[in-house]
Ligand binder design. Structure first.
Ligand code: DC
Length: 222
């Protein structure tokens, strides 16, 4: 039996995490936050003093990443690092190590293992292009830099982190550039992906669009 997968790729702070999580919950599917794996590797490397361009050591770290995801919490070696991995500095570090092909390869099997019954919603940059090219429905979720910076600002303030709008816009633009131009699995819409611009949309509206797309894709495949 083919296990259904919905891939939701897109740039940072496009809202794909929230949308993917809600879609998964609605369908009773598992949820893969692939960015968290890059963030966990970056956090672990930072703590161990491993340079962010030391490809071999970073890949070795990623290969045996002691991570677990329990009820919305992210654990690293048993420690709850849910908030620590979301820090802006760790996002930037994750984007830096994500350009390294060996790191991406090291995280491949871990990501594929999330595909089990009854289905998966996977969010990231290369879910539809590299990890799950046979996905049932592929979505590319995007929004303007301003809308994304606004969302990230709110998220950070809510979590008690300090944030500065100007710095955020600059960080987002830099990360977009790094994620898009890298040679290994660059951020781009997968062939056949539905491009959804959420700049002017609520989360509810975006969730509905994805659920409708998936329902249609299932109908067409049966
Ligand atoms: O989605 P996020 O902001 O949590 O991801 C953090 C970084 O990890 C992002 O800047 C690029 C990288 N990433 C990636 O290269 N491929 C993925 N599938 C997910 C994230």
């Amino acid at each position: 039996m083919i296990i259904p997968v919905i891939t939701i790729d897109g740039p940072t702070a496009s809202g794909k995490g929230t949308v993917a999580h809600r879609v998964a919950k609605h369908l009773g599917f598992h949820y893969l936050d692939s960015g968290a794996l890059y963030r966990l590797t970056a956090l672990s490397a930072t703590r161990q003093g491993i340079a962010l361009d030391n490809e071999e050591m970073l890949a070795a770290l990623a290969r045996v990443l002691p991570c677990r995801f329990i009820k919305g919490h992210v654990l690293l070696d048993g420690e709850d690092v849910t908030d620590a991995v979301r820090a802006e500095a760790i996002g930037v570090a994750a984007s830096k190590i994500a350009v390294l092909p060996q790191v991406r390869k090291a995280l491949l099997d871990l990501q594929i293992a999330f595909r089990y019954s009854p289905g998966l919603v996977a969010d990231g940059r290369d879910m539809g292009t590299v990890i799950f090219p046979d996905a049932t429905q592929k979505v590319y979720l995007t929004a303007s830099v301003e809308a994304r910076a606004n969302r990230r600002y709110k998220q950070l303030i809510e979590k008690g982190f300090s944030a500065n709008m100007e710095d955020l816009v600059k960080d987002l633009a830099e990360r977009d550039a790094r994620d898009t131009v890298r040679a290994a699995a660059p951020l781009k819409p997968a062939p056949g992906a539905y491009i959804l611009d959420t700049s002017e949309m609520t989360v509810d509206e975006a969730v509905h669009v994805v659920l409708d797309l998936y329902a249609n894709a299932v109908k067409l495949s049966t």
